[in-house]
Each structure stands twice: as structure tokens, then as C-alpha cells.
Write a protein that binds this ligand. Sequence first.
Ligand code: CTP
Length: 401
Amino acid sequence: MSLKGKKILLCVSGGIAVFKAAALTSKLFQTGAEVKVLMTDSATEFVTPLTFQTLSRNDVYKDTFEEKDPGSVAHIDLADWADLVLIAPATANMIGKLANGIADDMMSTTLLATQAPVWVAPAMNVHMYDHPAVKKNMNVLRSFGCHFLEPGEGLLACGYVGKGRMAEPEDILSTLHIYFNSPSDLEGKKIVVTAGPTREPIDPVRYFTNYSSGKMGFALAEEAAKRGAEVTLITGPVSLSTPERVERIDVVTADEMYHEVMAAAENADVLIMAAAVADYRPAYIASEKVKKSEGSMAIEMERTKDILWTLGQMKTNQILVGFAAESERLDEFAQKKLEKKNLDLICANNIKSEGAGFDKDTNIMTLLRRDGERLELPLQSKHDAANRILDEVIRLDVTRK
Ligand code: CTP
């Protein structure tokens, strides 16, 4: 593992996990990174600046007004110097300040001034971590593009057991290593992904839906964002958290999804439709709860708009990717969809095969390209499958140029 030559600004805010930040400083230095440490006043109550100075072999910063070099403004200089800013530990207070644009000390000021990627390693009491205000602030930071290093679970210094323990220095190091070494081959591309099921209401309490979990679409959105794409994820109702650096739009019905996709499609380079959109919806939605009566009942259904087909008709230069979930004659049915919907690529999976299907974390897929190329993927995680699909998107993009 090497972070050789990477300039890391380590922002240490005040909590008992400051002791872990000292170990982190040492490890960052050992992997070849250049580390500068910025501390809040309360952090210095736990571990002295001298410890960090010794471990980082650099001056430690904490006071906005203590300008060490008359030729520069320290907080701006630090903000510009960093390749990456790591807030570890990140207290609820510092997370709140950054989420709300507050700059009342050197750390919060530097954090607003930097254009480097910001990574946040929260550490706090389990109830604080669960507080809606903290959750909201963390979501705001996610929407700003900050990355999170999830805290671990276990016995906390306050005596509680739960989530809130700062991520381990080794895990932080390996995540940063992957981050710095991951390909950014989708940089500059705008990608729209749909995910999850849709819900088609019958009355105020009932709806039609399907078993889609949204995992495949979310994996695609996450991996595309990691590879540098600007991703818009339009999702039906799912219980998945938003991947980092992904713009998420929540919808409920097929019709809502249609409108959001059409709006997002205008500027997109790639459209990947992984949602399991309802093909039919009730022709009438009862405004009051439908009461049961003797005998059977029938609900008249009407077709929804086919989003993917519409995109295929409108297509100019975009790459259009569809999904086909089949239980028989996989290639034949998938190929028909590819042609009918004017796609560049279709990802076909047999929902009956072991390891594939709606709520699984794995998938087995066959990718069919418009030019007749056929690629059989092995059983693999939905994230790995997502990367293979994205590899294919890149290939299509390169060959059309
Ligand atoms: N799709 C869509 N809009 C719809 C329905 C489907 O965009 N209203 C997209 C899905 O996101 C997926 C592909 O179309 O990429 C699935 O094709 P489809 O023909 O709808 O598959 P099935 O619903 O399984 O249809 P069939 O009953 O013909 O197998």
C-alpha cells in the first residue's frame, strides 16, 4: 500500500478518538504521504500538538491568527496545498459547521476554502450519531461530495455500545489507497441510472409493485461515480442509502420516473435503465379506500409509458443500456428487446439461475451488444457486474469515436 507523494491535510477535531488520529498520522507518514495536521483547540486537550508534529515531521496548525509565514495566509495555503483533506475524528460539531458553512476557527475556515476532496471519519456517541440533526448534516455533506469513512460498532469510550467508533487507521489507509488508485475513465461523462421498482396505486392504501430491491442500479450508480462520472440516480422506493457523489431523485410511480428521466436525459451521455418499471397500472385510482364485497373483483389496468423505448426513439448520440430479466429463452427475448428499444447494450439475466435475482447481492448476466457481440459474465457481486457493464459502455464510447 502506498500513498507516496500524496499531500494529506489531517483535520483533527476534539474527541477521545484523537489518540487514533495520532496512530493514523504515523501510518500515513509510513506509506509515503506528506502529512500536515490541523487541530481544533479541543483536540489539543486530548493529545498535544507536539505528538502530531513529531509523527508528521511537520508543523501543526491550529490558530487562524498565528501566521507562521508572512508571505502567505496559512489557512488558504493549507487548503490549496492538500491533495486530500481528511477529518479524523470528525465530531458532530465539525460536521455541523461544515454542513452549514460556518467558519469560526482555523479548521472550519480551511474546510470551506479547500477544493480538495474531503473525507470524513465521524466519531461520537451512538445517540449523537443517530440524532436527526447529525444525520441531516451528514447527508448535506454527502450532497456536497464529501466522502464518509463509516464509524465502527462496539464499546464506545462513553460506556455505550453501538455505532460511533472512528474507523480504524488501517481501514482508512486502505480506502484512501483504493481512492487514489481507482480508474477515472468515466470522468466528464454524465450518466443517468434508474433503479428499483415503481409503485402503482390502487387506492390510498394499496398499490401494485414488484420485488426489485434497487441493488443493481445503486451498484451501477456508485461504481460510475467512483470512476469519475457525474451520476443522476432516479429510483423508485427502496431501502438503500445514496452512494457518495451521486445525485438521487426519488420517485414512486412509472409516470413520475418517466418525467424525471426525460428531464435528466437531455444532457446525458449514457442512460442505464436498471429499474423494474411497472408495465401496467390501474386505469383508475380510487380516491377513497376500496371496501371489500362478496365475490371476486377485477381491476382494469392500462399500459404505462415505456421509458426505455421512448429514449430509444429520441436517441442521438447517447449510449443506451437496458436490462432484461427473463425466466426462459434469455438470449432470444433479450435480443428482441435490444432491437425493439433501439439499445446499444442489453444486460440479460435469467432470474431462475442460482445467485441471480431481485434481492441478491450477486448476479449472473449475459451482455448483448448491438453489433452482435455476446459476453457471458460469471456469478459475481452486483458491484463487479456493474463495473463490467461500465467497461462495456467505455468500449462502446471509444468505438463510436
Ligand atoms: N423499462 C422502462 N420503462 C417501462 C418498462 C421497462 O424503461 N415502462 C425498461 C427497464 O428499465 C428495463 C427494460 O425496459 O431496462 C425491460 O424491458 P421490458 O420489455 O419492459 O421487460 P419486461 O417488463 O420484463 O417485459 P416483458 O414482459 O416483455 O418481458
